[in-house]
Design a binder for this molecule. Structure first.
Ligand SMILES: [Zn+2]
Length: 290
């Protein structure tokens, strides 16, 4: 079997699962913070039913890789892409296990995708739900480093919502629809498969100064400003910056951090672009919002 290996050394895993599809969709993942807290709290325990069988991943890997690889060899593909970009579309952006995986309204994760290396974050958290206190190992370690560094400067951060299983997102999205209608739900809640939280690489952070809520006001607090200025050094970016709604499709979310690894996060930060714009600037052909 021909498998295109990732060219980035920061990948922890050899398991490759190519995205099942690129269905377009609607919605962001976080809405009014009060609602989110209620819904997330209500989903405690769903992680138990989400256990993904590693063998299923293997099966999917074989099936999809054979279909995706085509006539281009793995070596050629990687070498060609590196001419223009540090990232490769298939290996970095379309592989759910890649730390660079692209998940947005255009690109979804497979329903059965669950990271194999989720761990509970070792930082102060707001909610008790054990599922959402998890991140993938490398992201969790980076989060801890970031929170520790912030604390040394008198900045106290709190983690609120990290990993969400596909099923948790189903419940969250459906609760928004039933409470606020589908149109409203799609403005702030991602449809299942389209939430970056399912990657295990997204974490919503907050602080006491905004009562541990997820609110735009966080961006103006010392904590929010610190995160905006420093998170890239720990591999994170502000995924949905202010004034970029037309590109990301999502409202400004100063609290939503996405782990990309220090190198790419720093590149994105220094570019002043969203992740989508950065990828396009790098010569990678991706679909974006119209
Ligand atoms: Zn978020």
């Amino acid at each position: 079997m021909i498998v295109k290996r990732m060219t980035q050394s920061i990948s922890l895993f050899t398991s490759l699962i190519v995205l099942a599809g690129c269905a377009s969709g609607n919605g962001e993942e976080t809405g009014p913070s009060e609602v989110e807290e209620t819904e997330i709290e209500g989903t405690t325990g769903t992680d138990e039913s989400q256990g993904e069988n590693p063998e299923e991943s293997q099966d999917q890997e074989e099936t999809d890789d054979e279909g995706e690889t085509g006539s281009q060899s793995a070596q050629d593909s990687s070498a060609d892409e590196e001419e223009d970009s540090p990232l490769n579309f298939e290996d970095d952006l379309m592989d759910p296990d890649s730390l660079k995986v692209l998940v947005n309204k255009q690109y979804a994760l497979p329903e059965d995708y669950e990271p194999a290396d989720l761990v509970t974050v070792e930082v102060p958290t707001v909610l008790d739900n054990p599922e959402i206190r998890q991140l993938r190992t490398e992201a969790a370690e980076a989060l801890k480093d970031m929170f520790d560094a912030a604390e040394e400067e008198g900045i106290f951060l709190h983690a609120r919502s990290g990993y969400r299983s596909y099923q948790t997102q189903v419940q969250l999205y459906n609760s928004y629809v039933s409470n606020h209608g589908e149109e409203a739900a799609n403005r702030y809640s991602a449809q299942p498969g389209h939430s970056e939280h399912q990657t295990g690489l997204g974490m919503d952070v907050t602080s006491e100064s905004v009562s541990y809520q997820l609110t735009e006001a966080f961006g103006d607090t010392p904590e929010g400003i610190w995160v905006e200025e420093n998170s890239h050094e720990f591999g994170y970016i502000i995924r949905y910056p202010q004034g970029k709604e037309d590109i990301t499709g999502y409202q400004y979310e100063p609290w939503h951090l996405r782990y990309l690894g220090q190198e790419v996060a720093t590149d994105v930060f220094e570019s002043g672009l969203t992740y989508e714009e950065y990828l396009i600037e790098s010569g990678i052909d991706i679909e974006i919002n119209e």
